[in-house]
Design a protein around this ligand. Structure first.
Ligand SMILES: *[C@@H]1O[C@H](CO)[C@@H](O)[C@H](O)[C@H]1NC(C)=O
Ligand SMILES: *[C@@H]1O[C@H](CO)[C@@H](O)[C@H](O)[C@H]1NC(C)=O
Length: 517
């Protein structure tokens, strides 16, 4: 009897160890934090992972294989336009759509010509049960699922919106589903709604006529020989890129006004946050424990370096922070001279552990998506200083949700921060609101990391989860828009008009005849 029960349990819980290829080519540290979280959750569940990464993980068990593509870092290191100084100088508010698409394409090209990765792809003895690929603008890497003849999953580092939904379903109406490269959030004014429609048309035209043909060509060049080497022929590009089993979205339930999503879009936002958090280093723990007036934490993330801020602005910020009685932790990559006694520089900051500390009052952030999720996870209100890309949208969402104050990035930042800090310290509505959101966020069936592993296993068990596939993908656009019906109605109307014309042309003649008679 005992044996039978054990056998039954083994059947239920026992998933054999899967071989998973995790692909993260983007040279952006915060995105690679998501990649390493995917890797860790899968390894904890006993799966064998091969991780294609710009930032190889250290001190990992030998069962993790890594393909080092750190060469990709050159792509952003060279690009002057991606520094915080440039953003400040040019007051960048909107993102250039074609630039973003081209960047995605260039990233695929760079990665698939990386010496370490090409060597790995040549090895025909490699087998995988599933590929998980980070989705950033370019879909070329979907070809990996053809190489290894297995299902694939997109991991998307942001929330659901039409750019990504179109890959597994169709985009939602632009009247309420905002484009992530614009900075507006629903509900829209008339102008904003028009702007949304325009953004979508612009993106679609550029993608369809410029970027996608080039990506398709790249797909054929990269994958034809790799697939031939394995004795198969390459399927059409369009059949592959719309064939993901699932998209994981890095967002969560506490975010209002998300567009509805198909059954194979899964929210797993927060899965990168260690639970429980790792203990703080002793020095930092003591500092935070002993902060009588509480702690303020300031970080502009890892992509934009605080050290690239102009010297005068840095001096201004030091002065602003020095006037406070609270202890201030500033993540800054260099030492600064003559610091006031309440200001402490951290070259590296264990962010989750700092946000989890009970003495933390609030968080001053660039509002990257990971920081936004962490603020809600730990129930910490924020002052947000968006710099670039999705940060403007994140900032607007945070402000509309009532737990953030937005301060623009410009040369007056040090002065503009003062009233915001004062409000944060005196008004507790921000804290109350973020606590509410945090409760909603934590109210779920399973932790997000567990949920992610479940769906990965589910996809493999069900051979690509075709039952989750949206029917929208199999219906051509003209049918979805009922253009054929419209054409038929127009044709019928035309015929009726012709008949009426013929009939009425005859009758006046009769009348004429009568008159003559
Ligand atoms: C290839 O991998 C090695 C380490 O194994 C790394 O030092 C090197 O930078 C990688 N090359 C590229 C182009 O990424
Ligand atoms: C699409 O995915 C399914 C399930 O993973 C797979 O069986 C099929 O071969 C894939 N089609 C293409 C064209 O890759």
């Amino acid at each position: 009897m005992k044996l039978l029960i054990l056998f039954g349990l083994a059947l239920l819980c026992g998933v054999e160890s899967l071989k998973v290829l995790v692909y993260y080519p983007l040279p952006v540290r915060s995105v690679s934090i998501l990649g390493s979280a995917v890797v860790k959750h899968l390894m904890d569940a006993g799966h064998e992972v091969t991780y294609v990464t710009v930032y190889p993980l250290k001190n990992m068990p030998p069962t993790l294989k890594q393909v080092d593509i750190s060469g990709n870092e050159e792509m952003v290191a060279k690009d002057e336009s991606l520094s915080i100084a440039h953003m400040l100088e040019n007051n960048v508010q909107d993102t250039d759509v074609l630039f973003v698409q081209e960047f995605g394409k260039e990233l695929s090209s760079q990665t698939f010509s990386n010496e370490n990765f090409t060597k790995f792809l040549q090895d025909t003895s490699q087998r995988f049960d599933i590929v998980i690929a980070d989705l950033f603008e370019s879909e070329v890497c979907a070809g990996l699922s053809v190489v290894y003849d297995c299902p694939f999953i997109w991991f998307y580092s942001m929330g659901a919106h039409w750019h990504v939904l179109r890959l597994i379903d169709e985009g939602r109406n632009p009247a309420y589903d905002p484009d992530y490269l614009t900075t507006t959030v629903a509900p829209f004014s008339f102008l904003e709604r028009t702007e949304q429609l325009w953004a979508r048309i612009k993106y679609t035209v550029l993608k369809t006529f410029i970027t996608m043909p080039a990506e398709k060509k790249m797909y054929e060049e990269i994958f034809t020989p790799l697939v031939a080497k394995r004795g198969r022929t390459l399927p059409e590009y369009e059949d592959v890129i719309y064939n993901a089993s699932i998209i994981f979205g890095n967002e969560h339930n506490a975010v209002k006004r998300r567009p509805s999503t198909p059954q194979n879009f899964k929210y797993i936002g927060g899965m990168h946050i260690p639970d429980p958090v790792t203990p703080l280093p002793k020095k930092l723990q003591d500092l935070m424990d002993n902060a009588k007036h509480g702690v303020i934490y300031f970080s502009m993330g890892s992509f934009f370096k605080s050290k690239h801020l102009p010297k005068s602005l840095v001096r201004g910020l030091v002065k602003t922070f020095g006037e406070l009685k609270e202890t201030v932790l500033w993540k800054f990559e260099e030492d600064l001279p003559d610091l006031p006694s309440n200001l402490h520089i951290l070259h590296w900051a264990p962010q989750s552990s700092i946000l989890a500390h009970k003495n933390l009052k609030f968080f001053i952030t660039h509002g990257g998506l990971l920081s936004s999720i962490e603020a809600i996870h730990f129930g910490v209100p924020v002052i947000t200083i968006p710099v670039y890309f999705d940060q403007f949208t994140n900032a607007r969402k945070a402000v509309e949700n009532g737990y953030a104050i937005r301060v623009p990035l410009n040369y007056d930042l040090a002065d503009n921060l003062k009233p915001a800090i004062k409000t944060m310290l005196s008004d507790d509505t921000y804290k109350k609101r973020v606590t509410e959101l945090s409760a909603i966020y934590h109210d779920r069936l399973v932790p997000p990391g567990k949920e992610m592993v479940h769906w990965v296993e589910h996809v493999v068990r069900s051979r690509g989860a075709p039952h989750l596939r949206s029917p929208a993908l199999d219906v051509p656009l003209y049918q979805r828009l009922y253009l054929d019906l419209l054409a038929l109605i127009l044709l019928i109307l035309y015929i009726i008009k012709r008949i009426i014309n013929i009939l009425t042309r005859k009758s006046p003649k009769k009348n004429d005849k009568k008159k003559k008679n």
